[in-house]
Write a protein that binds this ligand. Structure first.
Ligand SMILES: CC1=C(CCC(=O)O)c2cc3nc(cc4[nH]c(cc5[nH]c(cc1n2)c(C)c5CCC(=O)O)c(CCC(=O)O)c4C)C(CCC(=O)O)=C3C
Ligand SMILES: [Fe+2]
Length: 379
């Protein structure tokens, strides 16, 4: 147990840093422009993705989910006697990174610690956040040769192999199995299919600079979750990893198999029961609501499968408590203390300060953009 009244010093604020999403139909196109600026995503894909959002009235669930996570973090911090304001900001929608820095300044924060809503390390889940933060500070005239000249930022390590994240996923998968059973499925014969966001092969290759690649991080956590689920349920659990939400030109290779292709292939081999666990996402945002709940579920139904989609970690207590543990761990590291970094699985704790060329967008191609919380720009 972490003691009550734990110390978050030297930090005076927690920066909850997320992707952002549209709140209404008029937001969709400007949001997509923000996401795709300079990324070479074909117009056809953008129109398709726009339709996913319009199908939900133009509103992504992600902002409300982040507000719920913020409230849960505030409650957990208060419960542990940690007096630390939580400021929320997004890369691609309001409140933007710049708005969050304004808010941190208004609160008088001098040293904030960033918590990104992505559990894995790759360009999309790590460096892109650190670049956006650096560029935001640069535009504000607050980026010096060693980092920020205004509010200083550190980042909490990628937390895919932290016990809190894993425990919350195990609970969600067990609930998924119970639902499969309730709808007449055969849990002991089911396949557990973990799902995450596909990324280009070259982004996957670049992610090895941080240690295990993005895909390897998923495989490591999947093995642990499946093992715990098997132990809890008392039967063997066969599992696989699949991907969703690929974009980019069709000629560019991305991580495979796509969840729909995997379901089709396995159905052909006689598989009837599936539990899909979206371990790549921390909440049920649009990728989950559309790519899994709408598209993959339709595929499974057409194939005559008995499928359920397990929950995401969201605001599950084990996840939220784990995030606060990670925050306190990062604070102890910042204070120069020797800390034991809790992990599960075979991989070590991810580094808290990134390598200079960690998680580039494309393997071997320097980004040309500064990134905070790395060895060159420490804060
Ligand atoms: C690894 C990863 C995560 C998980 C980690 C994390 O959570 O950060 C993630 C999350 C998210 N991705 C999201 C939305 C989008 N991602 C896009 C495009 C892309 N994502 C990529 C990767 C990831 N993305 C990549 C390699 C691209 C190609 C362009 C590029 O290289 O950047 C596009 C453009 C259109 C399209 O191509 O789909 C959109 C609209 C939303 C918001 C959902 C909502 O609104 O509820 C969230 C949480
Ligand atoms: Fe990184």
């Amino acid at each position: 147990m972490t003691p009550r009244s734990a110390d978050a010093g030297p930090y005076d604020a927690l920066f909850l840093y997320s992707f952002g999403g549209p709140n209404k139909a008029e937001d969709v196109v400007p949001f997509l422009r923000n996401v795709t600026a300079g990324k070479g995503i074909p117009d056809s894909r953008l129109e398709e993705v726009g339709e996913h959002y319009y199908g939900f009235g133009g509103k992504s669930p992600i902002n409300e989910q982040n507000l719920a996570l913020k409230a849960a973090l505030e409650a957990e911090l208060a419960d542990r006697g940690v007096d630390l304001p939580v400021v929320w900001g997004n890369r691609n929608w309001e409140p933007y990174t710049d708005d969050a820095v304004d808010e941190l300044e208004r609160l008088g924060a001098q040293r904030a610690v960033a918590l990104v809503t992505s559990a894995y390390s790759s360009y999309s889940g790590c460096r892109q956040y650190r670049e956006d933060l650096a560029v935001t500070l640069q535009k504000r005239g607050q980026l010096g040769s060693a980092g920020s000249t205004g509010v200083q930022f550190d980042k909490i390590r990628s937390y895919f192999n932290h016990p809190g994240f894993v425990q919350a996923n195990v609970e969600a998968v067990l609930e998924g199995y119970a639902r499969l059973e309730a709808q007449g499925g055969a849990p002991a014969a089911a396949k557990l299919v973990f799902v995450t966001h596909s990324i280009p092969d070259t982004m996957e290759a670049a992610s090895r600079v941080s240690g295990a690649t993005y895909a390897a991080q998923h495989l490591d956590v999947a093995e642990v979750i499946a093992g715990q689920v098997a132990a809890e349920r008392g039967h063997a659990v066969e599992w696989e990893l699949a991907y969703c939400s690929r974009s980019g030109p069709p000629t560019q290779p991305w991580l495979e198999p796509d969840i729909n292709d995997l379901l089709t292939e396995r159905a052909g081999e006689g598989l009837r029961d599936v539990v899909m666990s979206p371990i790549g996402f921390v909440s049920d945002h649009m990728e989950v609501a559309y790519d899994l709940d709408t598209e993959a579920m339709q595929t499974a139904t057409e194939l005559g499968m008995n499928a359920v989609r397990a929950g995401t970690v969201g605001t599950r207590p084990a996840f939220v408590a784990g995030l606060v543990d990670l925050l306190l761990e990062r604070a102890a590291i910042a204070r120069g203390e020797d800390v034991e970094q809790a992990t599960v699985g075979d991989l070590p704790a991810f580094r808290s300060v990134c390598e200079v060329d960690c998680c580039l967008r494309r393997d071997g191609e320097p980004s040309g953009v500064p990134a905070l919380c790395s060895r060159d720009l420490t804060r």
